[in-house]
Design a protein around this ligand. Structure first.
Ligand code: TYD
Length: 209
């Protein structure tokens, strides 16, 4: 009897800039590899040569919200086609720093871009590809801003004010409410070790690894 095809899992990390998700990515990849999984570590916008080039534009060139949304989805289309779908098909775990929830949070809630149009683009570009699990690093905008200020110069998003990031946070809360089965909210106001404990608990609770 032939073995059943492997099942690749798609895990995304989300949260406002400064929530601390990036500092846990490598540890999470190592944790998964320790459980015997091939891990593809990637990010959005980005993950392929074309999508990384689009990322540079989105993060640094002035543009309106429609252009921004179209570029983010164009990057996602290339990323899905060239990297994410093939990896999942061979049974790898894809660990992605941001995905479509970021578009609804930043372009939708943050910029005020029409959600119905985003939903049309989402269906068109993603063709139903949703994460299996989304780790949402939730922290208030003031705490995140203080963390960012300590480590780096702002890009186009990071230069936005507290009100923008509170809207983005509310956008994440809305997405989490609408997709409770795949979302895990992590209290990212805690120190890194305590956040890591929450991550490990969330991963272990799935029973997939
Ligand atoms: P981020 O992933 O936080 O990278 P870094 O840690 O290097 O700053 O930054 C990506 C930025 O892109 C972030 O500010 C959110 C923004 N973004 C969107 O506005 N829409 C999207 O759909 C995605 C994926 C990201």
């Amino acid at each position: 009897m032939s073995k059943p095809a492997p099942v690749g899992r798609f895990v995304t990390l989300e949260g406002i800039d400064g929530a601390g998700k990036s500092s846990h990515l490598e540890a999470l990849a190592a944790w998964l590899r320790g459980h015997g999984h091939e891990v593809v570590l990637t990010r959005e916008p980005g993950g392929t040569a074309l999508a990384e080039a689009l990322r540079e534009l989105v993060l640094h060139q002035p543009m309106d919200a429609l252009t921004e949304a179209l570029l983010v989805f164009a990057a996602r289309r290339d990323h899905l086609r060239a990297l994410i779908e093939p990896a999942l098909a061979r049974g790898a775990t894809v660990l992605c720093d941001r995905y479509a929830d970021a578009t609804f949070a930043y372009q939708g809630a943050g910029r005020g871009f029409d959600r119905e149009r985003l939903a049309v683009l989402e269906r068109w570009v993603q063709q139903g590809r949703e994460p299996d699990l989304t780790l949402w690093f939730d922290v208030d905008a003031a705490t995140a801003a203080a963390r960012r200020a300590a480590v780096r110069a702002p890009d186009r998003f990071e230069g936005e004010d507290l009100a923008f990031f509170e809207r983005v946070r509310a956008g994440y809360a809305e997405r989490a409410g609408a997709a409770a089965a795949r979302f895990v909210r992590l209290d990212a106001s805690h120190p890194p070790a305590a956040v890591w404990q929450q991550i490990e608990a969330a991963m272990s609770a799935r029973g997939w690894w």
